[in-house]
Write a protein that binds this ligand. Structure first.
Ligand code: ADP
Ligand code: MG
Length: 350
């Protein structure tokens, strides 16, 4: 028996995802010069000469990260790739290859895995990445998918989480909160379906937010846009856990504070109306919802003219001295400390 029954037991929930990562990895030191950046950013950066290689990996587990009762397998395959590509783009790099590893129980026939791979295929074609390998094994219960993405960038282009300076502008791509609300709609329809399986849901009014949840797009286009505009962000991260949590990552890594302006947070009209329907506060949803896979970055003020007026880019705040802390400036002009209620897979299921 590996387990020592007398050992102290600390619940993972208590540590949280980031606390757990910090704890498990604290004794690992970089031993190779080619490891330019190891743990702690959206992706690792490896130095193999002229170009730098970018590597990131994610693990998705049925029942934790996805629910097959409303997530079609094709969408799941597509989304699993997006989650990884998003981390590559968050380094201001180009994604080039992926590996895909799966573990499936005998509940899944060939046809189901074909659907999954149809989604993966569509993603590789749309984003121009090559599937170069992986691993396949069986599992006791559900489906597990682990994807690794590789990418490349020149050293000058790579953007870490730690380069933001006080007075830099905080910018976000697209709009926020949609993916979370799409999930609320799908969860509600699932409950309705349980009660009355003949009830065909009309998801049409919610198509934008449902699509944000089921078929997100990684912002390859925004990396290109920044390049075309000749803007190099000082720091960047992708929004997987929620705006609040990602801002705090940028602040912590860059050793700066931040003022985020509530009135500037970009919201789609569908998000606003769905919030009213679900009696949710749209700011809370944007701050803590997660899974939007937009890019959040900081730029020097002198770059403002290059990005202003672009409908895809919204300035939502600015960085401050670390001593000022990280705050939301509400519409009523009150200063509220930002807290990381980001999505935590160790939270007990609701
Ligand atoms: P993201 O949300 O962008 O995918 P994570 O929060 O999952 O990033 O991870 C943060 C950092 O910690 C990344 O550098 C990631 O590679 C690293 N990391 C996550 N889990 C582990 C682990 N079990 N062992 C080592 N490093 C890890
Ligand atoms: Mg990330």
């Amino acid at each position: 028996m590996l387990e020592d029954k007398n050992q102290e037991r600390t619940s993972l929930e208590k540590l949280g995802e980031f606390g757990l990562i910090d704890h498990l990895t604290q004794n690992f030191q970089i031993q190779n010069e080619s490891t330019l950046k190891g743990i702690g950013d959206d992706a690792a950066i490896l130095d193999f000469g002229d170009k730098k290689a970018v590597v990131t990996t994610d693990l998705l587990i049925e029942g934790i990260h996805f629910d097959l009762s409303y997530m079609p397998l094709k969408h799941l395959g597509y989304k699993a790739v997006m989650v990884n590509l998003s981390d590559v783009y968050a380094m201001n790099a180009q994604a080039t290859q992926i590996t895909v590893s799966i573990a499936a129980s005998n509940r899944f026939p060939l046809e189901a895995l074909e659907e999954l791979y149809a989604g993966i295929l569509l993603a590789t074609k749309t984003y121009g990445v090559d599937l170069i390998g992986g691993d396949t094994t069986s599992s006791q219960t559900g489906l597990l998918i682990s994807i690794t993405a590789l990418g490349e960038a020149s050293e000058e282009k790579i953007t870490y989480r730690d380069g933001a300076k006080p007075n830099d502008l905080l910018v976000v791509t697209g709009d926020l909160g949609g993916a979370y609300l799409g999930l609320q709609v799908l969860e509600r329809e699932k409950e309705v379906f349980k009660v009355n399986p003949n009830n065909q849901p009309d998801l049409e009014p919610y198509s934008y937010i449902v699509e944000r949840q089921l078929k997100p797009e990684a912002r390859k286009d925004m990396v290109k846009l920044l390049n075309d505009l000749n803007v190099k962000p000082t720091a960047m991260i992708d929004i997987s856990d929620g705006l609040s949590s990602e801002i705090l990552h940028l602040c912590k890594n860059s050793k700066v504070g931040c003022n985020l302006f509530e009135e500037k947070i970009p919201l789609d009209p569908t998000v606003i109306s769905a919030c009213e329907e679900f009696k949710l506060d749209s700011t809370t949803v944007a701050l803590n919802g997660g899974e939007d896979y937009e890019l959040l970055f900081t730029i020097d003020q002198s770059d403002f003219d290059r990005i202003k007026g672009n409908p895809n880019l919204t300035v939502i705040g600015h960085m401050t001295d670390i001593a000022d802390g990280a705050h939301l400036i509400s519409r009523a002009n009150t200063k509220i400390p930002l807290t990381a209620q980001g999505w935590n897979s160790f939270d007990p299921p609701k």
